[in-house]
Write a protein that binds this ligand. Structure first.
Ligand SMILES: [Zn+2]
Length: 152
């Protein structure tokens, strides 16, 4: 059957289809999986319901949105200009809940790795540095280590 759309349009469509199914979480999962890391998803019985669990490394991974989880100095974690007080309060609670749950996990003998979504979006080339985080002995670590600079 003849394809009625030209190549440029077709590839646009394909990209669209792809991005629809490619949440930051799915990208991380695919990336780790194709590099041989085995994990379990959404262990609801663990504090904070980590997005991924790597049993071999006793590691819980959270893939955090920078806005809701307040990635420090990140350009995605702006504070809305309206109802500012409401937001500040909300963010404070989010942060408190996060650190409470992370502490609980650590108390249970898990290590915690936070993967910030801005990193997945802007630091694709250095995704492999996540492996160092996984293999390290750090009880708590974040990737990327500092927020990427906004694109010009
Ligand atoms: Zn960020």
């Amino acid at each position: 059957m003849a394809d009625h759309v030209d190549i440029a349009t077709r590839s646009k469509i394909m990209r669209g289809v792809k991005s629809k199914n490619t949440s930051p979480e799915v990208s991380v999962r695919r990336y780790l999986h194709c590099h041989g890391y085995r994990f379990r998803l959404h262990r609801k019985d663990l504090p904070g319901k980590p997005d991924l669990i790597l049993p071999k490394y006793r590691l819980a991974i959270f893939i955090h949105g920078c806005f809701w989880h307040r990635h420090e100095e990140c350009f995605y974690s702006s504070t809305p200009k309206t109802r500012t007080e409401f937001w500040i309060n909300k963010f404070k609670k989010n942060k408190e809940r996060d650190s409470f749950q992370q502490k609980k996990l650590i108390d249970m003998g898990w290590r915690v790795l936070i993967i910030w979504q801005c990193g997945i979006r802007h630091e694709r080339k250095s995704l492999s540095s996540i492996f160092e985080k996984i293999e390290s002995n750090e009880t708590f670590s974040e990737w990327p280590e500092s927020a990427p600079k906004p694109a010009k």
